[in-house]
Design a binder for this molecule. Structure first.
Ligand SMILES: Cc1cc2nc3c(=O)[nH]c(=O)nc-3n(C[C@H](O)[C@H](O)[C@H](O)COP(=O)(O)O)c2cc1C
Length: 215
C-alpha cells in the first residue's frame, strides 16, 4: 500500500513537470524572439579602405546586426540584411525549430536582398552561431550563390562555442577566396568601445590578408 502511494506521488510529479514544459513550449511558440534595442557607438577610432565593400548579414536578436553595422561604418561598406519571412519564436521553441529544420535540411524561407557581385571587391558575411554552426538563413543564402573568385570574409556572433562554423562556411561559399573570419563572443554583454577594439584588431589582420590575396 505504502509503495503504491509513492508510485502515485512520483507519477503525479512527472505529469506536473510535463504540463509545465508543454505550457512553456506553447507560450514560447507564440512569442517572437526578442530584438535587442540598438546601442549608440562613438565615432570609430580608425577607418579602413578595403575597396568596395558589401556587408551582408542575418541576425535574429540584434547581436550580428550590431557587428555588421560597425564593420560597414569602419569600411564605408554597403549594409544589407537577410531576413526570414516569419520571425523565429522565443527560446526554447527556437532551439526546437532550428533542430528540426536542420535535421530535415529544410532551411527557413528567407528574403535575400538583391545585389550585383560585380559592384563589390570584398564581401563580409555575418551570421549568428546556431547549434555549433552557421545559421539556417545564411546557409540558405550561401546555397544559392557562386562567389566568382571574390574575397569573402565570414564573421559570427556566439554565446561561447562556434563549433564547426568556419569549416561549414568554407564548404558552403562556392568559388570564394576566403579570408580569416572571427566569432564575437557575448556581444550584448560587451561594451561598445571594447567591441570596436576587437573589430579593429581583426580588421588590421584582414587588411594585410586582402593585400596578400590580391597579389
Ligand atoms: C537557436 C540558437 C542556437 C544557438 N547555438 C549556439 C551555439 O551552438 N554556440 C554558441 O556559442 N552560441 C549559440 N547560440 C547563441 C547565439 O549564437 C548568440 O546569442 C548570437 O550572438 C545571436 O546573434 P543574433 O542576436 O544576431 O541573432 C544560439 C542561439 C540560438 C537562438
Amino acid at each position: 500500500m505504502g509503495n503504491l502511494n509513492w508510485i502515485s506521488k512520483i507519477l503525479r510529479f512527472f505529469v506536473f513537470i510535463i504540463i509545465i514544459l508543454a505550457g512553456w513550449f506553447t507560450w514560447s511558440n507564440f512569442k517572437p524572439h526578442p530584438q535587442r534595442a540598438p546601442r549608440s557607438f562613438p565615432e570609430p577610432a580608425k577607418k579602413y579602405d578595403l575597396g568596395k565593400v558589401l556587408v551582408i548579414y542575418y541576425s535574429a536578436g540584434g547581436n550580428t546586426a550590431e557587428i555588421a553595422q560597425r564593420i560597414s561604418t569602419m569600411t564605408n561598406g554597403i549594409l544589407l540584411e537577410i531576413k526570414t519571412n516569419k520571425q523565429y519564436p522565443s527560446v526554447p521553441m527556437f532551439y526546437a525549430k532550428v533542430f528540426f529544420e536542420s535535421k530535415n535540411k529544410q532551411y527557413s524561407e528567407v528574403e535575400i536582398p538583391t545585389f550585383d557581385l560585380k559592384d563589390y571587391d570584398i564581401i563580409f558575411i555575418g551570421s549568428p552561431v546556431w547549434m555549433y554552426t552557421v545559421s539556417l538563413p545564411v546557409l540558405s543564402f550561401l546555397s544559392e550563390r557562386d562567389f566568382d573568385s571574390k574575397i569573402v570574409i565570414p564573421f559570427g556572433t556566439q554565446g561561447g562555442n562556434s563549433g564547426n562554423f568556419f569549416q561549414r562556411f568554407a564548404l558552403e561559399t562556392k568559388n570564394a577566396k576566403l579570408a580569416k573570419g572571427i566569432a564575437f563572443n557575448k556581444v550584448s554583454g560587451t561594451e561598445p568601445a571594447v567591441l570596436d577594439g576587437q573589430i579593429s584588431v581583426w580588421l588590421d589582420e584582414v587588411e594585410k590578408e586582402i593585400a596578400a590575396l590580391n597579389n
